[in-house]
Design a binder for this molecule. Structure first.
Ligand code: NAP
Length: 248
């Protein structure tokens, strides 16, 4: 019987927040994690942390909004490490504003980082995954993309776009052993939500069934399952990990 190879997992937005938790968890689960974000310093620190815990990691500073550089980086990983088994498109930004005041730049930037980058990565990773006849793609969306959110037309549209992209990939790649799923976090305590006023947090808490704010590890646990070898029958799904906020 042939042994399962060490799975190579590329995680974008790994320098902090949810992406950092995902990368740490996948490394603890025995994956060789490729850490992607724009900032080399935090990636190097995380790589050292993973290695000192006995794991394997590669740090790769690249702007996922730079389509050419990002695609080249993924091709480089496939060449150097010999495979790409897991792709987690987690890098994301917000540029909030009500629709009347939202600028073209706010729209374009959010769509580029949250949605177009995932297309770039999925297209680049699809080839090695199909060749291996194994792949696990997880795109990190948001409950905002499923139920909408006032002040986030750009962000909600980009995250909803990830759902269409993912379900199409699930249909195109399923017969090649490649699954694709969306994980849609609700309110998670990270830098992204730290800027929100306390009243907004209290309002969210009131609407939740699980009476606590989400933690990055809550999302990492869901990603760990969706990207595992045993999750081969899970594809085209949108998993809302939100403490019962939306139940979508
Ligand atoms: P965060 O703390 O702000 O971290 C964002 C990450 O994305 C950072 O690692 C950042 O790294 C990276 N990033 C941003 N722009 C990038 C670019 N152009 N190229 C490469 N990397 C880039 O956010 P988070 O809360 O962990 O969110 C992670 C994901 O979950 C996002 O997709 C977000 O939309 C989604 N989400 C979050 C929540 C929440 O409540 N926190 C809820 C729903 C969905 P650098 O700055 O170092 O490049």
């Amino acid at each position: 019987m042939s042994e399962t190879p060490t799975r190579v997992a590329l995680v974008t937005g790994a320098s902090r927040g949810i992406g950092r938790a995902i990368a740490t968890r996948l490394a603890a689960d025995g994956r060789h994690v490729v850490l992607v974000s724009r900032s080399q310093g935090p990636l190097d620190e995380l790589k050292a942390e993973i290695e000192s815990a006995g794991g394997q990691a590669t740090a790769l500073a690249v702007d996922v909004g730079d389509r050419e550089a990002f695609a080249k980086a993924i091709e480089g990983v496939a060449k150097e490490l010999g495979r790409v088994d897991i792709l987690v498109n987690n890098a994301g930004i917000t540029r909030d504003g009500l629709i009347m005041r939202m600028t073209d730049e706010q729209w374009d930037e959010v769509v580029s980082v949250n949605l177009t980058s995932a297309f770039t990565a999925c297209r680049a990773a699809a080839r090695p995954m199909m060749k291996q006849r194994f792949g696990r793609i997880v795109n990190i969306a948001s409950t905002s993309g499923v139920v909408g959110n006032a002040g986030q037309a750009n962000y909600a549209a980009a995250k909803a776009g990830l759902v269409g992209l993912t379900r199409t990939l699930a249909r195109e790649l399923g017969s090649k052993g490649v699954t694709a799923n969306v994980i849609a976090p609700g309110f998670i305590e990270t830098d992204m939500t730290a800027v929100l006023p306390d009243e907004a947090k209290e309002q969210v808490l009131k609407a939740m069934s699980v009476p606590r704010l989400g933690q990055a590890d809550d999302i990492a646990a869901a990603v760990a399952y969706a990207t595992s070898d045993e999750a081969g029958f899970l594809t085209g799904q949108v998993m809302c990990v939100d403490g019962g906020l939306t139940m979508c």
